[in-house]
Design a protein. Structure first.
Length: 544
């Protein structure tokens, strides 16, 4: 039998190119592009040939590489072998992972817990502690790291996931190429990369800048000749161009629509199952609910499905977040407790505005619920406001009054960048509260006399209330002072559910830019400038 070692084809310039043999369908030898066998050898398994013409194989002697004629490239045997990239291949021996040259000799003396493949002369590796780095072809590490994960280089950059769990791009020197960080990130493809933040997926350029016109998607593909397939948060398929404009709308199947509606119909199961588990002691702490052992097993199985309990019955990494005194335990009890009441009575509240009571006053006499509410609100504020002082730039001589300031997270973030800080809130909110350098005042901001200040701040306050109540509050603030509003500016495709929640709860809403400007105009204020901060807009106002 005559065997074909390779096949020859030509590119558009007429230059001859070698097409390397590929594994046979049975996976035991190699065949040409025409399906002809290229060597007489047979193995337990084979992988594709890579430049410089070597393929990983395995048989009873071990794992190694063969040449195009099917003969071994060297005499050494390994536990595992992988393909050649940049003329180096990953192999595994008794000591661990490393790379070899085509003659089987090691490229360096180190061993790793895992090695990737060299791309652009650099390779991702992992040590025995689970830390990732990148190495050069001589085995020396580039700068940077450790990372909790590291990917291959492509188009001169690689994605790394930091010890903080956030993703960034690095260059050949191991340096971050921009200041941003992301929840998820992909390699660059023709100068653009897929990225995900708290709002969804979008595309960025090599400067880390959003090129998707602020839109976010549930799924997104890399650009293909100037267009990309995306899937919206509600499941529609769109094709967008590099300016983020929709150029086509692929058909969505009826079965996909059915699946979407079914998941929406039972979406309340999950948070309520988490609440029941917390109250029944699955995450630790004293159980509030007393249930039978048979019922407990059913509840535990729901937590296994949610990834909160492992198969052996212990709390998972996610489940650990629900232990006593953890913020997510509080948040689930808040959203499925006092916040849920408005939704249970939503039909009545939507058709009868008189049913929309003062949420905070309603729970003020119940210490445990009141404390839960303000622990949760403070936990969100503690995440959102650190670092905001430079954006506010209130002035060293300013007396700043934070109206409805809660437990003081914003004034803590402002710190000593101003002359004096005054926190104002309801008596049950500030009870026993002490913050160094902050004057704390009990006050009903809607009716009591307000402390004197140079700057008044309303942070996430106005979205709780109707336009009439907001106008009344804004008119009470001295027009001689400056006013800073920190709140969301609603967008057509975002904030709709949050706005409905505020409406049902207290009669408030998330306002559009036009809605904010109208409210200010009717209250005697005018917006001077604005800045974005942590999914909020900081609006600086003066009297008109």
């Amino acid at each position: 039998m005559t065997f074909v070692s390779n096949a020859i084809c030509a590119n558009f310039r007429g230059e001859k190119l070698t097409v390397l043999p590929r594994p046979s369908p049975c996976g035991k030898f190699h065949i040409s592009n025409d399906g002809e066998r290229t060597h007489n050898s047979e193995f337990d398994w084979v992988l594709p040939f890579h430049k410089p013409g070597l393929a990983p194989v395995g048989d009873f002697t071990g794992s190694y590489h063969i040449c195009l004629d099917g003969n071994p490239a060297y005499s050494i045997r390994f536990k595992r072998t992988f393909g050649f990239y940049c003329d180096l291949a990953t192999v595994v021996d008794e000591r661990g992972f490393f790379h070899i040259h085509p003659d089987g000799s090691p490229a360096y003396s180190n061993r790793w817990d895992w090695c990737g493949n060299f791309q652009q002369q650099i390779c991702a590796v992992r040590n025995e502690n689970g830390e990732y780095y990148h190495i050069k072809t001589d085995g020396k590490m580039i700068h940077g790291g450790p990372h909790s994960y590291a990917g291959d280089f492509r188009e001169d950059f690689a994605v790394v996931r930091g010890i903080d769990g956030l993703c960034r791009h690095i260059n050949f020197e191991g340096q971050y190429i921009y200041d941003s960080s992301f929840l998820d990130l992909d390699v660059f493809h023709k100068g653009f990369a897929r990225a995900r933040d708290e709002k969804g997926w979008y595309h960025i350029n090599t400067e880390g800048a959003d090129i998707s016109a602020g839109e976010r998607y549930a799924e997104i593909e890399p650009y293909y000749n100037g267009q990309a397939l995306v899937r919206t948060i509600t499941g529609e398929y769109l094709v967008i161009d590099e300016d983020g404009k929709t150029v086509s709308s692929p058909v969505r199947s009826e079965s996909d629509i059915n699946q979407y509606f079914q998941s929406q119909a039972v979406s309340y199961w999950q948070p309520l199952a988490i609440r029941l588990g917390i109250l029944s002691g699955l995450a630790g702490g004293e159980p509030v609910n007393s249930i039978s052992e048979v019922d407990r097993i059913v509840l535990e199985r729901s937590w296994v499905e949610l990834g909160l309990i492992s198969e052996n019955g212990g709390l998972s990494v996610l489940g650990e977040k629900l232990k006593p005194n953890r913020k997510w335990r509080d948040r689930f009890l808040y959203w499925t407790g006092p916040q849920l009441e408005a939704w249970i009575n939503s039909e009545k509240r939507l058709t009868n505005p008189a049913e929309r009571t003062d949420f905070f006053a309603q729970h003020s006499s119940n210490p445990s619920i009141n404390q839960l509410i303000h622990r949760v609100l403070d936990s969100y504020a503690m995440e959102d406001w650190p670092g905001i002082s430079n954006t506010l730039d209130l002035g060293l001589d300013a007396t700043v009054v934070d109206l409805g300031g809660g437990r003081g997270a914003l004034l803590r973030a402002i710190g000593p960048s101003v002359a004096k800080r005054i926190l104002v809130d309801r008596p049950e909110v500030i009870k026993n509260l002490e913050i160094e350098g902050v004057e704390i005042t009990s006050c009903d901001i809607f009716s009591d006399e307000l402390p004197r200040g140079d700057v008044y701040i309303l942070s996430r306050i106005l979205h709780d209330w109707s336009d009439d109540i907001c106008k009344g509050l804004l008119k009470r603030i001295p027009k001689s002072a400056n006013l800073v509003i920190i709140d969301r500016v609603a967008e057509p495709s975002r904030h709709g559910l949050l706005s409905l929640n505020m409406l049902l709860l207290t009669g408030g809403r998330e306002r559009t830019e036009e809605g904010w400007n109208k409210l200010y105009r009717l209250s005697g204020w005018e917006m001077q400038k604005k800045a974005d901060w942590s999914d909020h807009t900081v609006m600086f106002l003066r009297s008109d």
